[in-house]
Design a protein around this ligand. Sequence first.
Ligand SMILES: Cc1cc2nc3c(=O)[nH]c(=O)nc-3n(C[C@H](O)[C@H](O)[C@H](O)COP(=O)(O)O)c2cc1C
Length: 269
Amino acid sequence: MGRRRAARRPDHPQGWLVSGPSAIPYGGKYKYPVHELSRDEIKTLHQRYADAARRALDAGFEWLELHFAHGYLGASFFSPLANQRSDEYGGSVANRARFHLEAIDAVRQVWPERLPLTMRLGSDDLNPRGTQFDDAVTAVGMMKDHGLDLADLSLGINTDEMSAKPFDELGFMLERASRLRREVGIPVATSWNLGLPQVADRVVREELIDLVMLGRPALSNPHWPVWAARELGHADPFSLVPEDWAWWLRNFRAHQACIGWPGGEAATA
Ligand SMILES: Cc1cc2nc3c(=O)[nH]c(=O)nc-3n(C[C@H](O)[C@H](O)[C@H](O)COP(=O)(O)O)c2cc1C
């Protein structure tokens, strides 16, 4: 849910009526109506987050991340652009973060302390009337007190009216992420153009962030960790993956080109 999902009109065969904190359409190409959630519906949603967490646990997952960025429902609740409620879910930062805090509380009821619970947070709308990064610093401090283990920071894509679109810039989240890490004292992750092994290694080693998230690099090379380990001089990169994968990678040298090994093609001969 979240109002950015209103890409088709509700009566389209593949459309649906999306929900949000207020009946404010996303705008631009996502112009269809948005249903304002009642307090009871919010309560039901939090129960559903907990139900989903229980299913994930039963299925054997060992890490759970709540996606509250990029125009999804949590990002809508956090943003004054989308959230103009006058009840306890709107207004101040604490109120706009209440949806998140209650989600964390509900999920923590079923998700054990020993397993990581993290959140992808839309930390800045890049719009003077939207979420500001200072709001994120305050809210993540509260989330930490509610048992959040790591903040996975992203920004933007919560409105088409962004003052900047830095999405092609190398590591554009790093300054914000390291500030939040310092000020809140919580482990922080981010993504966006950190896919060169040397860059990923440096930003963790220099303690700017604690973890690098990979999107496109992982899609283009599912063996990215093996490639990165080799680039960074690890003595036996294949030892880092499960033994059955390692066996194939060690024994079929023609695959080396697929995993980013320079000279992999020559090895087929
Ligand atoms: C074409 C495209 C579509 C994306 N769609 C989503 C999405 O639906 N949900 C999401 O959380 N992130 C989405 N992202 C953002 C990625 O999760 C990730 O943050 C981004 O690609 C930056 O990381 P990277 O540089 O390692 O790819 C998308 C990115 C791209 C380029």
